[in-house]
Design a protein around this ligand. Structure first.
Ligand SMILES: Nc1ncnc2c1ncn2[C@@H]1O[C@H](COP(=O)(O)OP(=O)(O)O)[C@@H](O)[C@H]1O
Ligand SMILES: O=P(O)(O)O[C@H]1O[C@H](CO)[C@@H](O[C@H]2O[C@H](CO)[C@@H](O)[C@H](O)[C@H]2O)[C@H](O)[C@H]1O
Length: 468
């Protein structure tokens, strides 16, 4: 390894360019290398690093698989972090090096302990060590490695104390026989300090090789719907029946609703249900409104919608009644679900990346997830229009009308499937669903402004529609 001072300097330059780094918009005040564990020696070598990143907002803990090599082959140039090349040490993100990531499978297969790292096998089954890894390139908060077409290993980037909810929930649902989550095969954890819980570092699950993610499927349907032409002489305004397009998604949306209800039932079975008193529901509505005020300050483009959003939060506050609450997904959207040959599977129970560990575990009403997915239908419907940029007013207006028709059809189908499979009927709880949906939209506005400013018009356009 190069001297710590060199590594700290290189990391300060490299980190803000990583998609998974949560503090991109804030300057880094300092980096400390808190722990290093050698997992593989020689050339190349693999080190596990825990680093503390100080910013004026606080200190966050990240993990890094650091590869070192005397010579860096071209295939790893894109993953270079720095090092002291003149002294023959190149440092790079080893998640991109299949020669080194195999060390993780070997550790899991052997249930090894290396320094403070513990490798755990979930079901005691055989874990293959002969597979080559490939990082999945997607819009992600973490880094997932695909091993052959058998396993997927998620390396959590920002570490939070204790068991990661993704492991906690997936393990409980796998053990409870829920068919709608990928089976957990193993995990890696950092041993706890005095009396504490271990910190989850990575999660190994079955790779669902026939899976197609909900977002891509929905976007394909929207594209088809935009391309669909009305019959000659047809009146587009009168005939906006989104079922007419070949790529109709409604049957899938309905099945997704049903799968969601079953996952909620499995979560209730595994973790229980309690009641949130009316006073706390009132406080929850007040928090939603405070979040709105803060976000309007940070993103002024949200301000024109503030009145309608406040109205929805106020509705919830005035009708506050006790609510049954339970563990939920917490960040539910079309990118978190996979359609396999046997049905819909739900991924990533980590909650919203910007929330604190306590907030991610907090119990909530299941309609919070339903509202998340309703937002996602709004996103899918409008993403292509936003991507197309400025359009002539006539086609812009026509596409917006079509976007609305697609979203309405699929939102309704999803809710129908959810209620038919035993979930709470969103139509019968419109005030709650609307408040959750608006809460999520506020979150999205903040998320997009910070992470993907080019996407900001997507939630704003949908709010313009939903609040008029
Ligand atoms: N078990 C799995 N089988 C197939 N693909 C998966 C599996 N788990 C994750 N993926 C793919 O990896 C992507 C990222 O996974 P996710 O758990 O959502 O990570 P992140 O926390 O980084 O968002 C998913 O959108 C999905 O396409
Ligand atoms: O998947 P993550 O846990 O990283 O979730 C974060 O990123 C999501 C985007 O990748 C973001 O979701 C928003 O964009 C989606 C389209 O890309 C859309 O389907 C969702 O409805 C919308 O909320 C998510 O909010 C964020 O937490």
């Amino acid at each position: 390894m190069p001297p710590r001072s060199v590594l700290q300097r290189d990391l300060a330059e490299w980190l803000p360019r990583q998609r998974w780094f949560g503090g991109k918009h804030i300057p880094i005040d300092g980096i400390t290398i808190a722990a290093t564990t050698e997992l593989h020696s020689g050339d190349p070598a693999l080190h596990h690093l825990v680093i503390h990143v100080r910013q004026h907002t606080g200190t966050d803990r990240y993990q890094l698989l650091l590869g070192t090599r005397r010579d860096l082959p071209d295939r790893l140039r894109h993953a270079e972090i720095g090092g002291s090349p003149e002294e023959g040490t190149h440092c790079y993100d080893a998640a991109h090096d299949p020669d080194l990531t195999r060390t993780l499978l070997r550790g899991l297969a052997a249930e090894a302990s290396v320094g403070p790292l513990r490798f755990r096998n979930a079901g005691g089954g055989v874990i293959r060590t002969d597979l080559t890894s490939l990082p999945i390139t997607a819009e992600q908060s973490n880094t997932s490695l695909l091993f052959g077409d058998a396993y997927i290993c998620k390396l959590f980037r920002r570490l939070s104390d204790g068991v990661n909810p993704d492991l906690e929930v997936n393990l409980a649902l796998t053990r409870g026989g829920c068919a709608h989550v990928p089976a957990v095969l193993g995990w890696i954890e950092l041993e706890p300090g005095e009396g504490g819980e271990p910190t989850t570092l990575a999660l190994l699950s079955t790779y669902l090789r026939t899976g197609a993610d909900g977002w891509s499927l929905a976007i394909a349907s929207v594209r088809d719907w935009y391309a669909h032409t009305m019959p000659p002489g047809g009146d587009e305004w009168a005939e906006l029946d989104a079922s007419a397009a070949g790529g109709d998604f409604a049957a899938e949306a309905e099945r997704l609703g049903a799968a969601t209800a079953r996952v909620h039932q499995a979560l209730a079975g595994a973790f229980g249900v309690t009641t949130l008193p009316a006073g706390e529901v009132h406080a929850m509505a007040a928090r939603m409104n405070e979040d709105l005020t803060e976000t309007c300050r940070a993103v002024p483009a949200l301000a024109p919608h503030a009145k309608a959003l406040t109205g929805a939060f106020l509705d919830l506050a005035t009708r506050a009644a006790p609510l049954p609450v339970q563990r939920v997904h917490g960040d539910y959207h079309l990118g978190q679900v996979l359609r396999t040959e046997s049905g819909w599977t739900v991924l990533d129970f980590e909650g919203e990346p910007a929330r604190t560990p306590g907030e991610r575990r907090a119990l909530a009403h299941p309609l919070r997830d339903v509202a998340g997915m309703l937002r996602s239908f709004e996103y899918a419907a409008r993403f292509l229009i936003t991507k197309a940029g400025a359009l002539p007013p006539e086609s812009g207006r026509r596409l917006e009308t079509r976007a609305h028709a697609w979203a309405a059809r699929n939102r309704a189908a999803f809710c129908r499937g959810y209620a038919a499979a035993g979930g709470v009927d969103p139509a019968a709880h419109a005030v709650l669903t609307r408040a959750f949906e608006f809460e999520k939209a506020v979150y999205e506005v903040r998320y997009e402004a910070r992470n993907r400013p080019a996407w900001l018009p997507v939630p704003l356009r949908s709010l313009a529609h939903l609040t008029t």
